[in-house]
Design a protein around this ligand. Structure first.
Ligand code: NAP
Length: 489
């Protein structure tokens, strides 16, 4: 199926090469990789398939630019980010269309991601001016303690396909503000959004060599040597816990400073005093945003036993009525999953739950035809041994299970190796605070189905990661503190 004219125009505008030291180039061996539209399974275009040698050249460019970039006035770094915020906002429609073509989510959701992505540039444009230090009198009264904060140095960044732009700006924003150079590698499924972002950053005055972009089909062999190279000083990764574990082990070689934004298995807890309609609206947001392909997706719904059936029926009525289709079509609310493998994994989890006694209150099947569509599905009567409660679903499936007491709800919510986010619906303030304190997660949504906010520290505990992105803490990931002992005696 040929792309529509406006789709082709935005695809044509994207540079398809590697960005190394301010130049767009082909991969060393001239190889390319195809980018597919998950709604049709057809190729949209080809981009450079970088080699380990290309990636090394990118690290070389980042390394040689580091000292000059670190010395750039904070005002200049902040102004580049501010212009980038404005540019993303101006180009939001084009960028959203591009994102939908390669990732599949409905255009309205892609546009929301562009807005969220731009907010990181706005936030960190201010942070560039607030890199502080200390000067204080030491305990002995004679010495002085001075601290200054300096950029950590050339930073490696690896991003996933599910939020192709925002997972980039959440890293690039603080790195630019702090004065770090970068090599970034987007997921091979969604390179176009990152390539376009790099082009726009160039237009906003980001000097060549500060941001280097490598697209590649073999991520391990391309990025592995960089992680083990002493010129790199930082690794920021967003992706699965499985890959994150391997990268932490690899980072040990050079004792890299690491930030890890990994997988999740978010509990969505509804108490019997909650406003059930509001909880259903929040559940739709927490479950169906990004077609369920979000680390923050509500993975399991723990609902007070007295209202669990009612909640499940209301949610099924809403999810079962959602319009499914190619994300570029008007009114579509549910796009395709990213590829056939992802869809098979979702189907496997649903089949497993049903075999163990759960009932599909809506959906429950893959959709035939081109593209990788799966029906929005609510599972009632899920048994505690079902895999769907333990594993990250990454699809439009909502398992509902009842609980009897507050203690049971907290224990069930925490019964996972993950700890990214939890959602909690109750109108009882004391209960809310007790449960919030008991939850083992980095973030909690209280009577709210979404937590993402550039001005807030995003991140997880347990096997959901290390470090925080955004908020006051976000820039810390790209700074080192130097302490100077001063003798005034
Ligand atoms: P993934 O398979 O872990 O891949 C993430 C990135 O790592 C991609 O760029 C991938 O490249 C690259 N990669 C894979 N193996 C690698 C290796 N051995 N060495 C270096 N790079 C490697 O995850 P995904 O399927 O793209 O994304 C989904 C996962 O991301 C979910 O688990 C989700 O929860 C998590 N996520 C977390 C957050 C958060 O903030 N906590 C946000 C979004 C997503 P290729 O794909 O090109 O191989």
């Amino acid at each position: 199926m040929a792309l529509a004219t406006e789709e082709q125009q935005i695809v044509d505008e994207v540079p398809k090469g590697l960005l190394i030291g301010g130049e767009w180039r082909d991969a060393a061996e001239g190889a390319t990789l195809a980018v597919l539209d998950p709604a049709t399974g057809e190729a949209i275009c080809e981009v450079a398939d970088g080699t380990p040698g290309d990636a090394m050249a990118a690290l070389g460019a980042a390394h040689s630019k580091q000292a000059e970039w670190a010395a750039t006035p904070p005002n200049e770094r902040g102004e580049i980010l501010w212009r980038a915020f404005e540019k993303l906002t101006e180009r939001a429609d084009d960028l959203a269309l591009l994102m939908t073509l390669e990732m599949g989510k409905p255009v309205a959701e892609s546009k929301a991601e562009i807005s969220y992505a731009a907010e990181f540039f706005r936030w960190f444009s201010g942070e560039a001016l607030r890199i502080d230090g200390q000067y204080k009198v030491a305990g002995n009264g004679a010495s002085r303690v001075m601290t200054l904060r300096q950029p950590v140095g050339p930073s490696l960044m690896i991003t996933p396909w599910n939020f192709p732009t925002a997972m980039g700006t959440r890293k690039i924003g603080p790195a630019v503000a702090a004065g770090c150079t970068m090599v970034i590698k987007p997921a091979q499924q969604t390179p176009l959004s990152m390539l376009m972002l790099a082009k726009l950053l160039e237009e906003c005055g980001l000097p060549g060599g500060v941001l280097n972009v490598i697209t590649a089909s073999s991520s391990g062999s391309t990025m592995g040597p960089l992680i083990e190279d002493p010129r790199a000083r930082k690794l920021s990764f967003t992706g699965s816990t499985e890959v994150g574990r391997k990268l932490i082990a690899q980072s040990a070689e050079q004792v890299l400073k690491v930030s890890m934004e990994l997988g999740g298995n978010a509990p969505f807890v509804v108490f019997d005093d909650a406003d059930l309609d509001e909880a259903v609206e929040g559940a739709l947001m927490a479950k169906m945003r990004n077609i369920g392909e979000a680390c923050t997706s509500a993975n399991r719904f723990h609902v007070a036993a007295s209202v669990a059936d009612k909640f499940a029926q209301k949610l099924a009525a809403r999810m079962g009525a959602m319009k499914i289709g190619r994300g570029t079509e008007d009114g579509v609310e549910v796009g395709p999953l990213i590829n056939a493998d992802q869809r098979s994994m979702v189907a496997e989890l649903v089949d497993d739950a049903v075999e163990r006694g759960a009932k599909a209150l809506c959906g429950g099947k893959s959709i035939d035809g081109p593209g990788f569509f799966y029906e929005p599905t609510v599972l009632g009567g899920v048994t505690p041994d079902a895999r769907v409660l333990k594993e990250e679903i990454f699809g439009p499936v909502a398992p509902v299970i009842g609980f009897d007491s507050e203690e049971d709800a907290i224990a069930a919510a925490n019964d996972t190796e993950y700890g990214l986010v939890a959602y909690l619906y109750t109108r009882d303030l004391k209960r809310a605070l007790r449960v919030i304190e008991g939850l083992q997660t980095g973030m909690v949504g209280l009577n709210q189905g979404m937590v993402s906010n550039a001005g807030a520290p995003f991140g997880g505990v347990k096997q959901s990661g290390v470090g925080r992105e955004g908020g006051d803490e976000g820039i810390d990931e790209y700074l080192e503190t130097k302490y100077v002992a001063i003798n005034l005696g």
